[in-house]
Design a protein around this ligand. Structure first.
Ligand SMILES: Cc1cc2nc3c(=O)[nH]c(=O)nc-3n(C[C@H](O)[C@H](O)[C@H](O)COP(=O)(O)OP(=O)(O)OC[C@H]3O[C@@H](n4cnc5c(N)ncnc54)[C@H](O)[C@@H]3O)c2cc1C
Length: 349
């Protein structure tokens, strides 16, 4: 007898058809794994290009990694992939000097301690691994999926105008948790687990200075300031010349100011930089811009590799399931693909 808790594919179709919503790292990896299994996979992303929060902003000759700054590789499965990316020139080690700084004591002196570690970055920008995966996965850009609705034993995807985006045997929702919740509405148990993964906002300022900011380090985790991270983007390998810095506001500050105008945020965060590092930051700027991430990092991830309902053939993946980082997103997407493949293999021919 067949296992009732497994999706049944129509017997006339041997190749399962899947949709992946979101072309961030988790969605791309999930799709790539399914494609390698021989599945027919369609990936949709509302953005202009692949990568999601693994992203690089271009402005004239400038380039800023305004989302993920670097990544680490601890799990062997991810490590093997990172080694392959390094071999292919898609990723390299960032050998910048990274420190922890914070104001301490009643005089507000700046404390500084080293933060060594093996940190990888995309080349020439953080979105490089996503761009490489997109050559295999070929996501459809500029398509926002608004709903996932039952269609007999399959799922039909609709865009914001109710337009039909096709019917699929299985669907992987690979978007930040608050955006996943409405897409999982037909599986309330999954939707309510996704809702538990609360995500914090983050304001980012991108600044290029006329002269070198002489701080003696290339990146710093910051405490006791509206800022939580500052980095000399131009110290990463394969970046354009110039003194490009990325400033991230702390989750608390970002949340308090999430509806502020860009100009207000730029003013506040550059003032915070001057307050932190003193006259070294009084160098005139050539370029200033801000970006608001409404969902930057999970405040706490679920500690489940992914969410999947084999009965319905619907699942979700992303950094909010597991790990809260680039590595977690990768492993989550891979885990969901494996669960989908296992469910399909257990379904009747
Ligand atoms: C400011 C910032 C700093 C960070 N720093 C680091 C760091 O230093 N190190 C680190 O390891 N991680 C860092 N991260 C986290 C890292 O970027 C993420 O963990 C990882 O990129 C998440 O990948 P993902 O696939 O889960 O989600 P995402 O990258 O968010 O991908 C989701 C995709 O879904 C798309 N989408 C959403 N809704 C829809 C819809 N309805 N229809 C179609 N498409 C949709 C989006 O456009 C997006 O492309 C940082 C993130 C931010 C924002």
């Amino acid at each position: 007898m067949n296992d009732p808790a497994v999706i049944e594919f129509p017997s006339h179709r041997a190749v399962p058809r899947a949709a992946v919503i979101g072309a961030g790292l988790s969605g791309l990896i999930c799709a790539e794994r399914l494609i390698r299994q021989g599945w027919s996979v369609t990936v949709f992303d509302k953005g202009r290009g692949p990568g999601g929060r693994l992203s690089t902003r271009r402005a004239d000759d400038l380039r800023f990694d305004h989302g993920a700054q670097y990544f680490t590789a601890r799990d062997q499965r991810f490590r093997d992939r990172v080694d392959a990316w390094v071999h292919d020139g898609i990723v390299a080690l960032w050998n910048g000097r990274i420190v922890r700084i914070g104001k301490t004591g009643s005089e507000g002196e700046l404390s500084l301690e080293e933060s060594p570690g093996e940190r990888f970055v995309g080349m020439p920008g953080m979105n490089a691994p996503a761009r490489a995966l997109a050559t295999v996965v070929e996501p459809q850009a500029g398509v926002r999926v608004a709903s996932v609705v039952p269609d007999g034993r399959r799922w039909r995807l609709e865009d914001e105008r109710g337009g039909d985006l096709g019917s699929y045997d299985m669907v992987a929702v690979a978007v930040p948790s608050p955006q996943a919740v409405p897409l999982l509405a037909e599986a309330p148990d999954l939707a309510s687990r996704a809702a538990d993964a609360v995500m914090a906002g983050c304001w980012t300022v991108m600044a290029r200075f006329e002269r070198r900011l002489d701080l003696g380090y290339d990146g710093a985790f910051v405490t006791g300031s509206p800022l939580s991270w500052i980095a000399r983007d131009s110290s990463k390998p394969c970046r354009p010349d110039g003194e490009a810095w990325v400033l991230h506001a702390s989750p608390e500050w970002s949340q308090r100011h999430i509806e502020d105008e860009q100009d207000t945020v730029i003013e506040a965060l550059t003032a915070a930089l001057r307050d932190l590092v003193g006259t070294a930051a009084a160098v005139p700027t050539e370029h200033l811009a801000a970006h608001r991430w409404r969902f930057s990092l999970p405040l706490h991830a679920l500690d489940e590799e992914c969410l999947f309902d084999p009965e319905r053939g619907l699942g979700a993946c992303g950094d909010w399931c597991n790990g809260a980082r680039v590595e977690g997103a990768y492993l989550s997407g891979l885990a969901l693909a494996e669960r989908m493949i296992a469910a399909a293999q257990r379904s009747p021919a």
